[in-house]
Design a protein around this ligand. Structure first.
Ligand SMILES: [Zn+2]
Length: 345
């Protein structure tokens, strides 16, 4: 049983961490003793089936991995950075992203939702895979969570390499320094109804499902006229809620791991008294030592848990007509600033 715990731990480390760590771990993974163990475990499971003991070993391994993740992350900036890739995206204060080249490879998800290859390294297969994730997960999840969907023309552009993405960002008028940080640290950009996705920063299909759903949630709010009305923590919180729901459909274990690792990191920050007030998290979007968007997610989860999803949906709907302050007070029985001040993890 210990063997499988070690194997699963190795797998998670390879899957989750930075390129340097991945390379080192892959060497261990490919070594003869590990490969022999894998073969014997596979043989055992195929003969005996997946029983409760295996399930327990799996759960224990998740727990161990989380401890290792939070322990290593706090000591190692490189690991910290690679986790942030998984978590972070950015909404830029730009008026618009540049138009897509009309000759680009294109796939239509619906008459008002188009996917484009931002460079020649993005294949038709990738666009088709993204299209099916959007149809099967993103749109149904957003519709069921917030009773809204993008209604106007929406485009998503994918980039295959840091160089091509950096070029596109420079073309959008972003400074070289800022572009470098964005290429390095973010999983997606949304401006109005346009989304840019750097594929090279994502870790597999479940991560892509998360980012697509997250960014499409922002687009949905923008098109419903509430994107700029919602405080950042709520805008991010709901988008995280939707994104994680999509990721969970594809990889429940990976999603649990992400949530537990981020929660434990946030709790540590709170214990040290370093958590930013909810109303000020936009100040720390790229600079805070922890994931401020995830803080917004936890606050949003508390609201939904306390008042129920239906009430939350009414709140969102009424933001359009009443504004955020009045809708919040009317639906949650306290002022927005009271909730922000009282929020604790
Ligand atoms: Zn976001």
């Amino acid at each position: 049983m210990k063997k499988i715990a070690v194997l699963l731990l190795l797998y998670f480390i390879i899957y989750t961490y930075s390129p340097q760590v991945q390379t080192g771990m892959q060497r261990v993974y490919k070594s003869d003793p590990v490969q022999q163990t894998i073969t014997s475990v596979v043989d055992y499971v195929s003969e005996q089936g997946w029983d409760q003991n295996w399930e327990q070993a799996w759960q224990n391994t998740l727990g161990t991995t989380l401890q290792v993740v939070s322990g290593l992350r706090s000591d190692n900036p490189a690991l910290e950075k690679s986790m942030r890739l998984l978590e972070q995206h950015l909404q830029l204060q730009l008026n618009a992203l540049p138009a897509v080249n009309p000759s680009s490879l294109k796939i239509q998800v619906s008459p008002k939702l188009n996917l484009y290859a931002g460079d020649t390294g993005v294949t038709e297969e990738t666009l088709k895979s993204a299209s099916s994730l959007i149809t099967n997960y993103s749109l149904p999840i957003i519709q069921s969570n917030v009773k809204l969907n993008p209604k106007r023309m929406t485009e998503i552009v994918f980039y295959s390499s840091p160089e091509m993405y950096a070029n596109a960002l420079l073309g959008a008028g972003i400074s070289a320094q800022e572009a470098a940080a964005i290429v390095d640290q973010t999983g997606g950009i949304t401006v109005n109804s346009s989304i840019w996705i750097p594929l090279f920063n994502l870790q597999g299909k479940s991560d892509l499902a998360n980012v697509l759903t997250h960014e499409l949630s922002h687009v949905t709010f923008n098109q419903a006229g509430i994107g700029t009305k919602l405080p950042l923590w709520l805008n991010e919180g709901i988008s995280w809620h939707d994104g994680l729901a999509a990721q969970e459909k594809i990889s429940p274990a990976q999603t649990r791991l992400v949530i537990k690792a981020l929660t434990s990191r946030l709790k540590k920050t709170a214990q040290n008294g370093d958590l930013l007030p909810l109303s000020e998290i936009d100040q720390g979007l790229l600079s805070a030592s922890y994931n401020v968007e995830f803080q917004g997610y936890l606050a949003t989860e508390q609201l939904i848990e306390k008042y129920g999803l239906e009430r939350f949906q009414v709140f969102l709907e009424q933001v359009q007509s009443l504004g955020v302050q009045r809708s919040f007070a009317q639906n949650f029985g306290q002022s927005l600033s009271e909730f922000e001040n009282e929020f604790k993890i």
